[in-house]
Design a protein. Sequence first.
Lengths: 384, 384
Amino acid sequence: MAPERGFPAEEFAARVDRAQARMAELGVDAMIVSTEPEVRYFTGFHTPFWQSPTRPWFVVVPATGKPVAVIPSIGAASMASTWIDDIRTWSSPQPDDDGVTLLADTVSELAGPDGRIGMPIGPETHVRMPLSDLDRLRERLGEFHDVTDVIRSLRMVKSEREIAKHRHICGIVSDAFDRLPEILSIGMSEREAFQAFRAEIIAQGADDVPYLVGATGPGGIDDIIRQPSDRPIADGDLLIFDTGSTYDGYFSDFDRNFAFGSATQDAIDAYRAVWEATEAGLAACRPGATTTDVFAAMNEVLKANGSLGNDVGRMGHGLGMQVTEWPSHTATDDTMIEENMVLTLEPGLLWAPGKAMVHEENVVVRSGGAELLSRRAAPELPII
Amino acid sequence: MAPERGFPAEEFAARVDRAQARMAELGVDAMIVSTEPEVRYFTGFHTPFWQSPTRPWFVVVPATGKPVAVIPSIGAASMASTWIDDIRTWSSPQPDDDGVTLLADTVSELAGPDGRIGMPIGPETHVRMPLSDLDRLRERLGEFHDVTDVIRSLRMVKSEREIAKHRHICGIVSDAFDRLPEILSIGMSEREAFQAFRAEIIAQGADDVPYLVGATGPGGIDDIIRQPSDRPIADGDLLIFDTGSTYDGYFSDFDRNFAFGSATQDAIDAYRAVWEATEAGLAACRPGATTTDVFAAMNEVLKANGSLGNDVGRMGHGLGMQVTEWPSHTATDDTMIEENMVLTLEPGLLWAPGKAMVHEENVVVRSGGAELLSRRAAPELPII
C-alpha cells in the first residue's frame, strides 16, 4: 500500500527542533534558505512551480519558534495549507526589489540588529536569487555564517516516514525494470525504449520520472548521462537505464544493465565484477563505517577486475528529495555513516576504453547494516 | 511531423556571434554562465543530470571564438558530442576546489589579466555554485559585470528551429487537452486525473511533463499552483490543468478550464471574461508594442468584468527552454515586443473571494501580430 502523502506537523516540528539545536551550538540567530528542497524540508511546501526562475522564495528559521515564509503572493494559498503560520508576501515579479527588503526586514526582526545570520553556502548548495540582489541582502545583513552542515546533517538522516516513501518508489521502479524484457525489443529506437520505460514507471504508480538517462552501444557504453537518440537497438547491444523517479517528492535512483540477443564474455565479466563490487559495498555500508570505507570496499573489487578508472568521481551518494544528496562515496569524503541514511551504491568500471559498466542500488542503513530498497539486480548480465 | 532533434552547429555559432557583438558593446572580454539553460543555449549540452546539485558546470564565452566548457569529467563524453571543441574537466565532487581554480585559470587565459568578466546576475538569474566558492572566484577574478541583458535579449527572440519545437509541443498538448473529456470523469481523484493527463501527453509524443499543476473546487478554484490531492471530482466542480510539457528541451505552457456536470452562471461568465481578455491580449501582442501594452489590454477587460485583482503578479511571460522566461506582462515591465518572441498570454481574474479563473495561450510574435501555437481555448466554459 502506498504510504500516506505529506507529513504531519510533528515531523516538521522535529526537523526545526533539530535545526535550532544545531543553530544554538553555532550561535546562529536565524537561518535563511532559498532552494526547493530546503524550503520543502522545513515547511512541506511542494510545487513544481520552482521551475520558473522568475521569483525568489525564502524561508527564515529563527532561533526559536516556527519558520517564517517570505514568498511571492502567488504562493500564499499553497503555503497557507502547510503547517506554517507566519507568511509574508510581496507581489512578484518586481525587479527593483524582488523580496530583498521584505526578507531583510524579516530577518532583522527575528534575529535582532546584531544577530548572526546563517545561510547554506558550502558544497552542493547554491543561493537561488540573483547575485545582484544577494549582494544587496548582504549589505543589509552583513556576511552569512555557513550553515551547510546544519542542513546536511539533518537531511542525510531520514525519518521512518521519509524511508517509507523511498521504499515505495524503489519498489515501483523495481517492478518497472522487471517488465523491461517484455517492453523492449531489438529494432526499437533508444527514444522509443525510453518512452516505453517512462510510461511503465508512471503506470506502476510513480508520480513522475524527473531523471531518466541511458544509452545503448555495441558491446558497451561510453556515456552514462546521455539523452536517448534515434539509434535502433541492435543484436549484441548493451543497454543501461538509470532513473530517478519520485513518489511524493522522494526519489529512487538506480540503474539496470541488459544485453540484447547476445553478449561478449568481456561484457558478461564486467557485469559480474561490478555486481560483486556492489556486494562489497553492501557489506561495508553500516553505522560507524565511513563513505570512504564503502568506496574502498567497492574500489578494491573493481581494481582486482582490471578497472581502468572511471569518470564519475564517486561510487554512490545520498538520496532524498533530490536525486543526489550528500554524502559521496569517494576516496576522501570520510563522512560517518549513520543509521537511517538513505544511500546509493554505484560502482563503475571502465572495462575497456570507451566501455563503462555502472551498477546502482538504493539502501537504507539500519543498525545491522544496509537494507536494500531497490530489488537487487540479477547476478549475471540479463539478455533480452 | 516532429521537428529535427537538436540544432546544427551554425545555430550555436549564430547565438555566440550575437552574444559576442553585445559583449563588445559592453567591453566584456569573457562571460561565465553556470545554469542549465544558459549552458545548453551556447553548447547544446542537454541532460537531466543538472538535477544533481553535487557538481557545478561552467561555460565561458570569450570575446571571439567558440565557447569553452569547464565541467566535471562525468560530462566530458556528452559535451564532446556537441559543437564545443575546448572541454576542460576536473574530477568532481572535490569540495576543496570544485572547479574554482580551473574556471578562474580558464577565464584569465581567455580574458587576459585585466579583462572585464561578465556574468548574468540580474532578474531571473542565479549563479549555480556554492556561495563560498563564488566568493573565492570573485577574489581571483574581481567583480563581475552584469550581462543579464545580453543573455536575455538573445534568448527572448527565438530562431525558426526553436519556434518549430515550441509549435510541436503546443500541438501535442492541445491534442491531449482535447481528449480530456474522454479521459476524466466525476468520481476520479485529482491525483488520478493528473496521472491520466500526464500519460496522455506522453502518449501524444511529448518527451516529458516537467510542470503540471491544477486543482478542482466546487464552483471555483483558489490556488492555481497546487499539486493534486485525493479529493474526488464532484458534480459542479471546476477544474484547471496547467502544464509545461517539453519536446527536445522546449516548453509549452498553457492551461485549460473545465466544469463537471454543471456550472454556475458566475463561473460561465468568469470564463468568458478571461477568454475575452485573452482576445484583447492577442490583438495587442505585436512587434513595437510593449509587454505593458499587452498587460493593459488584458487588464482593462478584466476590470470591466469586476476583477478583484489577482495574486499572480503578471499576465504572461516569455517561454523557451524554461517554463517561464523573460519578459513579463506587468504594469511596469515595458519590454519592447519583437518578432519571433515566444510568449504566453495569461490573464487571471479573481471573480469572487477564493475563486480564480486563469486562461493561458502560447503565441509566437510575427510581423503581422501574434500567431497562436496552442489551439485556442473554447470561447465558452466546456462542461464534461
